[in-house]
Design a protein around this ligand. Structure first.
Ligand code: HEC
Length: 152
C-alpha cells in the first residue's frame, strides 16, 4: 500500500512536470476560472477582442452552423448553446493563440484570428476564464463527463 502511494506521488510529480513543460511550450495550463480578478480582466479582454464576432453576451453570430457564401463559418457562440465547452482547455487555448486553421482539417479557411501576437498567454487564459465562468453548473457537469476519458 505504501509502495503504491509512493508510486502515485511519483506519477503525480511526473504529471506536474509535464504540465510545466507544456506551459513553456505555450499550451493551456490551468484556466483560472475561479480567480475573480482574472475573470474580471478576461471580461475586459473579451469585450475588446472577441465580442465583435462572438457577441457581447457570448451568443455568436446568426446562423452560425451554416457556411457563409465565401465558404467560411460565422463565429459560433461561446455560451451553453455552442460547442466551445465540448473542447478541452488546451484546444481552446491553442485555437485562440494560433487560430483555427492549425487545428482544423487541411484546407479549412477560417475567419478566427490568431491572437498570439496581440495577447500574452496569461491574457488568453484570463479571456477563456471569463468565457468558462459563464457556463452554468450543468454545462460543467456535462463537460467533465465528456472529457473524462480523454488522454491529455
Ligand atoms: C473576426 C471575428 C472573430 C474574432 C474577433 C474572434 N473570433 Fe473566435 N472564431 C471566429 C470564427 C469565424 C470561428 C469559427 C471558425 C471556423 O469554424 O472556422 C471562431 C472560433 C473560435 C473558437 C472555437 C470554438 C469552437 O466551438 O470550436 C474559439 C475557442 C474562439 N473562436 C475563441 C475566440 C476568442 C477567445 C476571441 C477573442 C480573444 C475570438 N475568438 C475572437 C471569429 C472570431
Amino acid at each position: 500500500m505504501i509502495a503504491r502511494l509512493a508510486l502515485a506521488s511519483v506519477l503525480a510529480a511526473v504529471v506536474v512536470a509535464q504540465c510545466d513543460d507544456s506551459v513553456r511550450g505555450g499550451r493551456a495550463a490551468a484556466i483560472p476560472v475561479t480567480d475573480a480578478a482574472a475573470v474580471a480582466r478576461g471580461k475586459a479582454l473579451y469585450e475588446k477582442n472577441c465580442a465583435s464576432c462572438h457577441g457581447t453576451r457570448l451568443e455568436g453570430q446568426a446562423d452560425w452552423r451554416r457556411r457563409l457564401p465565401n465558404g467560411r463559418f460565422p463565429a459560433p457562440p461561446h455560451d451553453r448553446t455552442g460547442h466551445t465547452w465540448h473542447h478541452p482547455d488546451d484546444l481552446l487555448f491553442g485555437i485562440t493563440k494560433e487560430g483555427m486553421e492549425k487545428f482544423a482539417p487541411p484546407g479549412h479557411v477560417s475567419d478566427m484570428p490568431a491572437f498570439g501576437r496581440l495577447l500574452s498567454d496569461g491574457d488568453i487564459r484570463a479571456t477563456l476564464a471569463y468565457i468558462e465562468s459563464r457556463w452554468p453548473e450543468e454545462v460543467w457537469k456535462a463537460r467533465r463527463e465528456m472529457l473524462k476519458n480523454r488522454n491529455p
